[in-house]
Design a protein around this ligand. Structure first.
Ligand SMILES: CC(C)(COP(=O)(O)OP(=O)(O)OC[C@H]1O[C@@H](n2cnc3c(N)ncnc32)[C@H](O)[C@@H]1OP(=O)(O)O)[C@@H](O)C(=O)NCCC(=O)NCCS
Length: 177
């Protein structure tokens, strides 16, 4: 984040099924606005197609994904991150709140939880929209591949990973006993 940028206030908390509508709204806006120009209009449409608030409820209740949400007082949910095991499964920031450090805060909190669960690395299937962000956060591309979006179109993406610092794993071990 650029020095001197105003930092609007938000807080991080665990996500819950009643957040589903807010998660859906952020996801939809983030893809439609931030992916435009990186992907074609038809790829963007295929990415958002068929998404629904119920998908987040199922991800939490049936698939065991853990959610972290960033909440601003007057705006509600402005970003979220979902993870399971060593994998960060999604990270979406409301376009009005992008480049303000919200994505970094959510990712750092998810990385700390993944390290705390004893994993040695974090893996991510990243869109080309997220790739420069993840590179700036210490991730490297393992391989480029295509991912079948919900609407059926194949979309270029990349598998990325980042080893978790031995030091932070030791810190976690000390803290947990
Ligand atoms: C990618 C995304 C999560 C980044 O969230 P964010 O809150 O805007 O990121 P931050 O403000 O923490 O950015 C930190 C740094 O990452 C880098 N970065 C972030 N977005 C970038 C972009 N579009 N292009 C290049 N670098 C970028 C910059 O170095 C930035 O620091 P700076 O703003 O001081 O230059 C957000 O843009 C998003 O939701 N994108 C659409 C959905 C998506 O592709 N998600 C990825 C998962 S598949």
């Amino acid at each position: 984040m650029a020095f001197g940028k105003l930092m609007p206030r938000y807080r991080l908390r665990p996500g819950k099924p009643s957040d589903a509508q807010g998660l859906f709204a952020v996801h939809d806006r983030a893809v439609r606005e931030l992916a435009r120009g990186v992907y074609s209009d038809s790829q963007v449409e295929s990415w958002v197609q068929g998404n629904s608030p119920e998908r987040y409820v199922a991800a939490m209740r049936e698939d065991g994904e853990l959610f972290l949400v960033a909440v601003a007082r007057l705006r509600g949910i402005v970003g979220f991150c979902a993870y399971k095991g060593e994998e960060v499964r999604s990270l979406y920031i409301d376009p009005d709140w992008s480049r303000l450090g919200v994505g970094t805060s959510l990712l750092q909190r998810a990385e700390a939880a993944i390290a705390g669960a004893g994993h040695a690395k974090v893996v991510i299937g990243a869109s080309l929209v997220g790739l420069p962000f993840y590179e700036s956060r210490g991730y490297r591309v393992i391989r480029h591949r295509h991912w079948r979006s919900r609407g059926g179109l194949m979309i270029p993406a990349a598998d990325m990973e980042k080893p978790l610092q031995e030091a932070s794993l030791c810190d976690q071990a000390r803290q947990t006993g």
